[in-house]
Design a protein around this ligand. Structure first.
Ligand SMILES: [Zn+2]
Length: 294
């Protein structure tokens, strides 16, 4: 028995009664191409970027959710650029666009949660190399951010120095003591910043710490670090959510040069992760890299 729930046209959210895991069935996405056949669609003049731009967002042509809930965010017109290569000024434009799309999508009565995220590198399924991220606008608060909101356990100011990677203004980057991923980094502000839109959000500081941390990750093994990045923030359901914080999580994929870390059978079957890199060691290694001067 499964439970079908509302998820927008084309979306069919079910909850497996054995695992409790919600899954959206998106058969329509099976038709999407793994790689575009005729050049990069995100370069200027390409399918999704006909006009010159610095940053740009548009609806995802292959949405996982209906009702124009899925968007793509282009970070730069430069195909071979990195996020950290944008510098603080360029990264600030990306943060501004994330905030603007959060505001616009979050204002919709049928959107309760805006999730900003990025998959970087073919190892984590990014089909196009051009620097870009995505946004999903959910009609509900997904379970992972919901748990963080209810528990209110995130306290950047209480992070032990052994786990700190970098500081920029009030923004702190650290490796969680119980990190499930090698070189996992969490970023949040020591002042209470509930979402990207809020006036209390120091966007220059956030841009600076993102540039710094992502540069360190690429330096760790002298190769581009494949990663998954997501941003938790306050739900847009109209609730109070006093514990809501902007929290960026970066789950890096390599545990050694050229060696990906896989979440495999015992971990999925048992629900307990095994991280081969000690979080304190990961923090020390990242902290001791030069990063970039910002
Ligand atoms: Zn491109």
């Amino acid at each position: 028995m499964t439970t079908a729930e509302r998820g927008g046209p084309g979306a069919d959210l079910r909850v497996d009664p054995v695992t409790g895991t919600p899954t959206v069935i998106v058969g329509s996405r099976q038709g999407r191409p793994n790689l575009p056949s005729d050049g990069c669609p995100f370069c200027v003049g390409g399918l999704e970027a006909p006009e010159p731009y610095r940053v740009r967002s548009f609806p995802n042509r292959w949405p996982a959710l209906g009702d124009r809930r899925c968007e793509v965010v282009l970070y730069t017109p430069e195909h071979d650029q990195t996020f950290w290569g944008l510098g603080v000024d360029g990264a600030r434009l990306v943060v501004d666009l994330w905030a603007e799309r959060t505001r616009v999508l979050g204002a919709r009565p049928d959107v309760d949660y805006v999730l900003v995220f990025e998959n970087r590198g073919p190892q984590v399924g990014a089909t196009i190399a051009h620097p870009h991220g995505q946004i999903y606008a959910y009609d509900r608060i997904p379970p992972v951010p919901l748990r963080a909101l209810v528990d209110g356990v995130l306290r950047p100011e209480a992070v032990d120095e052994r786990f700190v990677v970098a500081r920029r203004g009030d923004w702190l980057a650290w490796v969680p003591e119980a990190a499930g991923w090698p070189y996992e980094v969490r970023i949040s502000s020591t002042t209470a910043v509930p979402d990207l839109v809020d006036d209390r959000c120091d966007r220059d500081g956030l841009a600076a710490v993102l540039v710094d941390v992502l540069a360190r990750l690429d330096q760790r093994f002298d190769e581009p670090m494949p990663y998954m990045l997501w941003i938790h923030q306050r739900p847009t359901d109209g609730g109070d959510w006093p514990e809501a914080r902007v929290v960026v999580t970066i789950a890096s994929q390599l545990r050694a040069p050229g060696t990906p870390r896989f979440v495999a059978a015992a971990e999925l079957g048992g629900g307990i992760l095994f991280n081969p890199v000690d979080p304190a060691d990961a923090a020390e290694a990242l902290r001791n890299l030069p990063g970039v001067p910002v």
